[in-house]
Design a protein around this ligand. Structure first.
Ligand code: FES
Length: 173
């Protein structure tokens, strides 16, 4: 059965199209809606978004594969992004990443066997003043300068498995 948007998502897409000047401009928020609905953006979801917005599949594919917030594969419930860019690197970002890898038993790009976490090594999260930083869904974890803070973050996320499902910014207001 071909992939299809729910009626509520189609309504949100119509609202987005009315807000943006053209289909290309609406592509990213519609991709977020698709990712929310289907969990990841496989070829069928990319084709559906392209068809819905009357854009070439290649354009939508290019957007999906350029931005790290779009997932081509099914992810864990919590997608934890650990920054190792300059400000985080010099304040211990690689120590944070190593601690997370050790605790979860996975490497960046992998998912835990229980499906609770996916791990992404990320570029700047725009939280340089509070480095080293991570983000999961909409929640930032800042100044993770001790192993205990990293452990506390992972423990909290394990208790709140719906972190990634928090309403994203383009739905606010
Ligand atoms: S370098 Fe890590 S948040 Fe900017």
């Amino acid at each position: 059965m071909p992939l299809a948007f729910s009626d509520s998502t189609l309504k949100q897409i119509a609202d987005l199209r009315a807000r943006y000047p053209d289909a290309q401009a609406a592509c990213m928020p519609v991709l977020h809606l698709a990712q929310d609905e289907f969990g990841h953006l496989g070829d069928d979801a990319i084709h559906l978004v392209a068809e819905t917005l009357d854009l070439p599949d290649a354009h939508v594919y290019g957007v999906v594969t350029f931005y790290t917030m779009f997932r081509r594969e099914p992810s864990g419930k919590n997608v934890l992004r650990v920054c190792t860019n300059v400000s985080c690197m010099i304040t211990g970002g690689y120590d944070v990443l190593a601690r997370v890898c050790k605790r979860l038993g996975i490497q960046p790009g992998q998912k835990t066997a229980d499906g609770l976490f996916s791990l992404v090594e990320e570029e700047c999260l725009a939280a340089c003043a509070d480095a080293p930083a991570t983000v999961c869904g909409q929640k930032y974890y800042l100044r993770l300068d001790t192993p205990a803070k990293v452990d506390a973050m992972l423990d909290e996320l394990a208790r709140v498995p719906e972190q990634e499902r928090v309403a994203p910014f383009w739905k606010a207001g």
